[in-house]
Design a protein around this ligand. Sequence first.
Ligand code: KDG
Ligand code: MG
Length: 413
Amino acid sequence: MSIESVDVSVTSPGRNFVTLKITTSDGVVGWGDATLNGRELAVASYLSDHIASTLIGRDEDRIEDTWQYLYRGPYWRRGPVTMAAIAAVDMALWDIKAKKAGMPLYQLLGGASRSGVRVYAHASGTDYQALANAITGYQELGFTAVRVQTGVPGLGQIYGVSAAGPGVRYDYEPAKRAADGRAATAPTEETWDTNAYLAHMPGVFDRIRQDFGTDLRILHDGHHRMSPIEAARFAKDIEPYKLFWLEDCTPGEDQTALRLVRQHSTTPLAIGEVFNTVYDYQTLITERLIDYVRSAVTHTGGITAMKKLLDFAAIYGIRSGIHGPTDISPIGMAAALHLDMAIHNFGIQEYMPHNEATLNVFQTSYTLDNGFLHPGDEPGLGVSLDEEAAAGHEYTKAYLPVNRLIDGTVHDW
Ligand code: KDG
Ligand code: MG
């Protein structure tokens, strides 16, 4: 049998998603996620203009060979656009293989290493009380781990904080359309002050520990905004609050920055949502500078590449913390859950539920039970796209925000 057709679709049920559909000559369909937030059409073009025709007639079972063909073959390697495109093909081929085997994908990856996947939810609030309400709401739903982000006095809208009213925040979405819901023409801009942030956050963690005790797993995302020495001091300052992890404390491309943070603190570190290959982690893993790998299956070359990356991390005692915001489609989320189930060095999985419109377009079979997700036992990934429903949501350009310091200097967002 062979690959008969390769179709790319872009749909926007509240936010944009790029989906790849591969159909074999005997009619088996595989789905892949190629969504790259704010740069969706670049990946869609890479897939439809450069990759699709090269796949027709290939043996769908040769997943490793196809991965190498797409990675080494074109000479130009790595980067988020290329690796998201490869990831989508890889997911679709694993989906097909598992469907042909009549098994959920995690069985092909070695079978279940656990009964469910512990997830962390996103709690945020513009002030402490709103944040505390959100944490309580998640606890009432059975979650045992929350990522906490809160407003900083003196700053307006900042990364990770939902502007919605009190209660559980399921709705944080950083990619912005225009105010009237139509296509944006440029990113919104936010203002940032690292000093104010560093002064404010330790007190927030202190209050959370006082109010919620020691059992709650607390995660926090620095979103690449600190210099190495600022991050080292911050990680040391928050040590008493025993975070599950501090994520992305420094800019991702500077691997050796984390040496300094490590020298000064035992706060566990997570990084990698903007990484695309194992090479982005080479120093971090071999020098044991991190505790959690944060890559998205969608942005790091798919299941084939992620399995190798996580096995490499396992040798150094480093665990998984796969990226799972709403800009990973339900297909990418399912791919993460199958890996999470199968690998030994699972740490935690990020979970930001998709909105109703998205879940009307993608049929999912994963289930949430008391803070644990399970990918379900349907053959394959267990997710598909309703193409008719998807066609009703036209692509609408949206951008991630740009961040500036108070004096106007462009800073990492
Ligand atoms: O597209 C960017 C988002 O996925 C990212 O900002 C979310 O940092 C993020 C996280 O940890 O989920
Ligand atoms: Mg993050």
